[in-house]
Write a protein of this length. Structure first.
Length: 203
């Protein structure tokens, strides 16, 4: 008798990829320089605040060392203009994302095959796409940049899921009661927003 063939997920301990101190800081810096619209000083100020909270640097590699390496690698200049700073970061993004760029039809079967080959996600419905918002990596990014915390992100996700369900029900009824259903949906959204505000402020 042939042995039973099973399939499933294989879990293992997380192994962080090997990075130099510069590479670790540069990943965060790229996000911050984009977020600050190319304002180098503001991006560095944000990076210093993150360093205070999460200890990103050490005695062997300080924030000054990082800035000096940015200068040495040509990412910044002492008289660098904002547009040049943005261009340098975008150029680095293009280099690092070259392996995942796809120039074909992103809505066709070709992309589905290519995404599967590359191990990329391909969410085909709204609930699956919205679920990405509460993925651990997403929550980590928002919290690291001090945009929203985990409670706020999950509350917004719940609101959007309920809104999606409401619209699905509207489409099921057709157009004849659209006005009344739209008004009811607005009431639901208003109520959910009040719940969200109260939930965040109290808990």
């Amino acid at each position: 008798m042939n042995p039973l063939r099973q399939s499933g997920f294989l879990f293992s301990n997380f192994k962080a990829k090997s990075q130099t101190p510069f590479e670790k800081l540069f990943e965060i810096f790229k996000e911050l320089i984009t977020y600050t619209s190319g304002d180098f000083n503001e991006a560095i100020d944000w990076l210093k605040e993150l360093d205070k909270e999460y200890v990103l640097t050490s005695e062997d590699y300080t924030m000054d060392d990082f800035v000096e390496e940015l200068l040495a690698k040509g990412y910044i200049k002492k008289d660098l203009k904002k547009d040049e700073a943005i261009f340098n970061v975008l150029r680095e993004y293009i280099k690092t994302s070259r392996n995942i760029l796809f120039e074909g039809n992103g809505y066709g079967a070709d992309w589905e095959k290519e995404a599967a080959k590359r191990g990329l996600s391909n969410n085909k419905n709204t609930p699956d796409a919205l679920r990405i918002k509460i993925a651990p990596k997403t929550i980590f990014l928002y919290e690291r940049l001090n945009v929203m915390n985990k409670v706020e992100i999950e509350a917004r996700y719940d609101i959007e899921i309920e809104e999606y369900k409401s619209w699905k029900n509207i489409l099921a009824y057709g157009d004849e009661n659209e006005v009344l259903l739209k008004a009811a949906l607005d009431d639901i959204k208003g109520l959910m927003s009040l719940i969200y505000v109260g939930f965040v402020t109290t808990g």
